[in-house]
Every structure is written in C-alpha cells, then in structure tokens.
Design a protein around this ligand. Structure first.
Ligand SMILES: [Zn+2]
Length: 298
C-alpha cells in the first residue's frame, strides 16, 4: 500500500520563490518571443548601433579577460536580455528626454531666452556646466534609491548579479529619463549648446560602460577623482548599500563615499524580485509590482 501523501492544492498565501519566477509560463514564453522580436528589429534598424556594439565588445571583452576581477563567462545569464537593453533603450530614453525637455520648456521658456550661458566667461561656463552635471547626477541617482516609486524603476539596474561592461545597459528607460533630465534640463534652460550635450553624453556613456566592467585595476589617485570599477562596484554591492551614488568627490561631500583599501564586495544584486531575464518583463516590472521602500530599507 502506498504511503505517499495525497497531493495538496496550491497554497494561495505562499510567497513566490526565485525558482517560481524562473519557471516558464505561457505569458513568459510570449514575452520571451516579444523580446527576441524587439532584438531582431533593433539589429535590423540600428546598423550604426550594431557596429558600435561590436567595437565595444572588442574593447571590453579582452580587457575583462586580461584583468578580470572575477572569473566570469562572457555569455552569462541575462546576456541576451542586456544586449536587448543596449540596442533598444537609447531610442526610448531619447524620446523620453525630448518629452521631458518640452514639458520643462512650457513654464520656463523665458529662462532659455535669457541665454545665461552665453553671458558667462567661458571658464565660468565650463565650471557651471560641470557642477550641474556632478550635482544633478548625484542627487537624481540618490533620489532613485530613497523615493520608493523611483526605486521600483532603478532596482531593475541593481538586479545585475554579474558585473561587466554589458551590465551598464540593464536600465529601465524611465529611470534613465529621470536621472538624465536632472542634468540635461538645467543645462538646456541655461542656454548651453549642443556641443556641451554631446560631450556630456559621450563621457557618461563610456564612464557607465567602464565603471561596471569586470576589471580589477585600481588606478591610484585617479580612483578618488573619477568613477572606476572599484568605486562603482561598491554601489552595486549587497552590503553595504546606498554608497557611491556619483563621483568620489561629491560622495565625500555628502558622506556617502565607501572604498575601503584592499576590500571588495562579496556579491552584487538586490533583494527586489526583479525578473532576472527578459527585456519586456524587466520593463513591465515597476508597473506590476507593489510599491516597496527604498533600497536602504529592506
Ligand atoms: Zn543605483
């Protein structure tokens, strides 16, 4: 006689586990197919983008192999998802930023007409632009960690568990529109020109790729001036959290700098239930998950 217990009905109060989240469902397969379709469309329509990604691949993959901080696969879990982020997000972020600038222009168009940047001596204009970039980026990023609604979007970026150059691409476009707008809108309203915007975009794009890279180089002195992988990896650490939001000097100023000598994070990620793979699922996550507290209160 069998002693097996009778099958139990599923407990509706049981919390989903990571294993449940990974189990394929009918909607999961549909979303996966949609992600692949998006990737194919992006590959076909973004010729220059594809060439650019191939160049980045040739720069960062050998660098990460030669100076690896951790032994890690190039084609790690989430590679396809993050490649889709890399190819598709720029389009969505650009559209979102244009909308944000237009909305900001409605009440503040008079400010743009004053052309304040042109009236400054060039050296002063450079310093003002730099301060707007450094402070705007720091405070917008810090807010995405402390305001629960914003954290829902930013936690998609913090769901990365394998830090590498491609990890920088995993972002929610609306999260990026918010943090970029905090820099771009003040610059635009003060009358800074397209060359300043171009410089800011190119600098931050390469900095983002580099600071996430899986490289162990420590860069003496420079490590306290600009964001290096050593610096930014602590921002993604499981413990401590809420450190290193911007460049080292700004974090020092506001008491959030953390880069102990000779120590490295034990792991990366977030306790938020962000889907580990699936571009569309990750973009839908902030809209389908109840509001939680910021990253500092688990
Ligand atoms: Zn962050």
């Amino acid at each position: 006689m069998s002693t097996n217990p009778a099958p139990q009905p599923p407990d509706p109060t049981r919390r989903p586990t990571p294993a449940d989240r990974d189990r394929p469902t009918r909607s999961g397969v549909a979303i996966g197919l949609l992600t692949v379709a998006l990737l194919v469309v992006a590959l076909v329509t973004r010729g220059a983008g594809v060439v650019g990604i191939a160049v980045l691949f040739l720069i960062f993959v050998p660098m990460e192999k030669l100076f690896a901080f951790r032994p890690q696969k190039v084609f790690r879990r989430g590679f396809l998802t993050d490649m889709t982020h890399l190819l598709v997000n720029n389009i969505l972020i650009t559209v979102g930023l244009l909308v944000a600038i237009v909305v900001a222009l409605i009440p503040f168009f008079w400010l743009r007409n004053l052309d304040i940047a042109a009236s400054m001596p060039p050296a002063v204009a450079v310093v003002v632009a730099l301060l707007i970039v450094l402070f705007g980026q720091y405070w917008a990023h810090r807010l995405t960690h402390t305001v629960p609604f914003l954290w829902r979007f930013h936690s998609v970026h913090h769901s990365i568990e394998d830090m590498d150059w491609l990890a920088s691409a995993r972002v929610h476009p609306l999260d990026q529109v918010f943090t970029h707008a905090a820099v771009v809108i003040p610059l635009y309203l003060l009358g800074f020109n397209a060359a300043v915007f171009g410089g800011v975009v190119v600098f931050f794009t390469f900095l983002a790729l580099f600071q996430h890279a899986n490289v162990r180089i420590r860069f003496p002195v420079v490590r306290w001036v600009i964001n290096t992988p050593e610096w930014h990896h602590w921002h993604h650490a499981l413990d401590p959290i809420n450190k290193n939001f911007g460049t080292p000097a700004i974090d020092k100023l506001f008491g959030t700098a953390y880069m102990p000598h000779g120590k490295y994070p034990s792991g990366f990620g977030t306790s938020e239930p962000v889907p580990p793979v699936g571009y569309v699922r990750q973009l839908a996550y902030p809209f389908t998950t109840p509001a939680r507290t910021g990253s500092g209160q688990r």
